[in-house]
Design a protein around this ligand. Structure first.
Ligand SMILES: [Zn+2]
Length: 211
């Protein structure tokens, strides 16, 4: 996660950390499949090294980032970390379209962040045994909005996989991989479009640095 964050800060666009299992780990405890909170380890490394002044954590996993919240509270990092984890208000299928309609405005809270860490969870999927309110297409629209808005604003985003527990008929994890693949496809598309927009304006962009 830290390597992805540092890469995103260098290329000015973003990077993926193909890892998960962070947001339930608190300051003094592990919990819910999470041993250490890699989100907050990353934040603290970057703050300590003065690579950032303020970091956003956009946690769109199905579940609340309680461990992240615990560490922010324990260390008094509210001014340096903008943490958004809407699990307590978005969990029914009827929440899906209002959530997506509101998402562009939600992302405004990160407008003064130097970097956003995005937990692109696959477990809000309607068929996930631990989730149940967004379709595959709605998850893709979620990712499209996140990447488009952040990259258009010039805010680098380091994203990870977070939760996802579906199984196919033979017990494989292809349904989860399909959701993660969609996230990567949206990231690549947003990257390409942002580069083209910057080139059109005469700025060099980072076309040579593909996601
Ligand atoms: Zn989860």
């Amino acid at each position: 996660m830290l390597a992805a964050a540092q890469a995103a800060l260098i290329n000015g666009m973003g990077a993926v950390a193909p890892c998960s299992g962070f947001h339930h780990a608190g300051y003094r405890y592990a919990s819910g499949f999470c041993t250490f909170n890699g989100l907050m380890v990353t934040v603290l490394c970057l703050l300590t090294q003065t690579q950032v002044r303020r970091v956003g954590i956009l946690d769109l996993d199905e579940h609340w980032g309680d461990g992240t919240h615990d560490i922010i509270e324990h260390l008094g990092l509210q001014a340096q970390v903008e943490h958004y984890s809407p699990a307590s208000t978005c969990y029914l299928e009827e929440h899906a379209e209002p959530f997506l309609a509101e998402l562009p405005r939600t992302l405004e809270r990160f407008s003064d962040c130097d970097l956003v860490l995005y937990q692109a969870g696959a477990d809000p999927h309607v068929d996930d045994p631990l989730g149940g309110w967004l379709t595959t297409e709605q998850l893709r629209v979620r990712d499209q909005i996140v990447f488009d808005r952040l990259l258009q604003r010039g805010i680098p985003v380091a994203w990870n996989l977070a939760g996802g527990y579906q199984r196919d008929s033979s017990g494989g994890i292809q349904p989860v991989l399909d959701i993660h693949n969609n996230t990567m496809a949206e990231f690549a598309r947003a990257w390409e479009q942002t580069c083209e927009a910057r080139l059109a304006k005469g700025s060099p962009g980072n076309r040579s640095l593909r996601p």
